[in-house]
Design a binder for this molecule. Structure first.
Ligand SMILES: O=C(O)c1cc(=O)[nH]c(=O)n1[C@@H]1O[C@H](COP(=O)(O)O)[C@@H](O)[C@H]1O
Length: 232
């Protein structure tokens, strides 16, 4: 089992997150701890999920000066997380300093991932922050920068996966949120793709939150998605 699904535990408390995790199976999926949960519960929630056997993606999307981001990622590595992310728009020096510090400290390295263009954004949102560019072109630019900086992969929409697969090395990880099974509500996501299409198009990991966590039967929804993926 390749464990391609990362369930986003976007909950307001450790209790809620652990309740959901208890219904999931660490041999079938991984879990993500994001800003809301971490700001409320801190490292304790990461440790609780790890003690249940889950690989944890710590999604704090760091974006700051090189030293600050490198030290924050080091703290995440020392927590033993499986994956951690920064914003690629923090730039090459920020990412290179992070890789360098982890090497100097000799800690086991999590997968280092950089967010390109958030899956909630489309062309008009980029225009609003002064970027007169299609999301796919900005994703391409930031993914190449990320690879050059020594990181392991990017967060992007699976809509951009076919394009990226022709440009980056086969080992470079494509982590794709904005996943919506056919008929599911898009919520605040804009660049959405179904689970099967995302894998067919070259995603390595699918980050899925509300379609699973707000489903009437989260475990069945997760199992249905996994069986769809096994039938590709
Ligand atoms: O880095 C992320 O995980 C992330 C990047 C991105 O571009 N879009 C995005 O939705 N995410 C996260 O992925 C999860 C998606 O959740 P749902 O929209 O509920 O499936 C949320 O926890 C987001 O914070």
């Amino acid at each position: 089992m390749n464990k391609q699904i990362v369930v986003a535990l976007d909950y307001p408390s450790q209790k809620d997150a652990v309740n959901m995790a208890q219904r999931l199976d660490p041999s079938l999926c991984r879990v993500k701890v994001g800003k809301e949960l971490f700001t409320r519960s801190g490292p304790a929630v990461v440790e609780a999920l790890q003690s249940m056997g889950f690989d944890v993606f710590l999604d704090l999307k760091f974006h700051d000066i090189p030293n600050t981001v490198a030290q924050a990622v080091l703290a995440a590595a020392e927590l033993g997380v499986w994956m951690v992310n920064v914003h690629a728009s923090g730039g090459q020096k920020m990412m290179e300093r992070t890789v360098e510090l982890l090497e100097q400290k000799g800690v086991p390295k999590p997968l280092l991932i950089a967010v390109t263009v958030l899956t909630s954004m489309q062309r008009e949102d980029l225009a609003g922050i002064g970027l007169d560019i299609e999301p796919i072109d900005q994703v391409k630019r930031l993914a190449l920068l990320t690879e050059k900086s020594g990181f392991d992969g990017v967060v992007c929409s699976a809509q951009e996966a076919p394009m990226l697969r022709t440009l980056v090395s086969p080992e470079f990880k494509l982590v794709t949120p904005g996943i919506r099974p056919a008929g599911a509500s898009a919520d605040d996501q804009k660049r959405i793709v179904t689970p099967q299409d995302a894998i067919r198009d070259g995603s390595d990991y699918l980050v899925i939150g509300r379609p699973i966590t707000q489903s009437e039967d989260p475990v069945k929804t997760l199992q249905d998605i996994i069986s769809d993926l096994e039938n590709i």
